[in-house]
Ligand binder design. Structure first.
Ligand code: HEC
Ligand code: HEC
Length: 77
């Protein structure tokens, strides 16, 4: 019984760690004129596509749902 409790705590610790290193690492969307419109992923690619003005790093996660990971700063709609 005691081993089960230790195992459960261990699993929760691993899940917490995975959560901590996942989406929360993504930098927040800056609050400036370029990022006034941010509810459409296609808008982002005008500047952040490969070969655009501000391309993402080569190691950037491949998914194109930008705002799933990049949140706007607090206090913004
Ligand atoms: C008009 C061009 C433009 C558009 C459109 C644009 N960006 Fe940016 N973005 C920039 C520029 C320039 C920078 C770098 C300078 C800065 O920090 O503002 C930047 C930086 C960033 C950063 C990095 C912030 C950091 O701390 O390193 C993120 C994240 C980002 N943009 C996300 C997005 C997302 C998501 C969208 C779509 C909702 C988007 N951007 C649309 C121009 C744009
Ligand atoms: C799966 C989560 C995720 C998604 C989806 C995502 N990003 Fe990121 N993004 C990150 C992480 C994590 C970093 C930090 C990478 C680093 O520091 O090496 C980052 C960094 C950035 C940066 C800063 C420069 C760089 O490459 O480090 C920009 C700009 C950016 N993302 C734009 C976008 C745009 C535009 C989209 C949509 C096409 C997008 N991101 C979708 C997780 C994500």
């Amino acid at each position: 019984m005691k081993n089960t409790a230790i195992f459960v705590v261990f699993v929760l610790a691993v899940l917490g760690l995975l959560y901590a290193i996942s989406g929360s690492r993504a930098p927040r969307i800056p609050e400036n004129e370029a990022h006034r419109v941010f509810d459409n992923n296609k808008v982002c690619m005008e500047c952040h596509a490969d070969g655009g003005r501000v391309p993402r790093k080569p190691g950037h996660p491949p998914k194109d749902q930008c705002i799933e990971c990049h949140k706007v700063k607090r206090g913004r709609k």
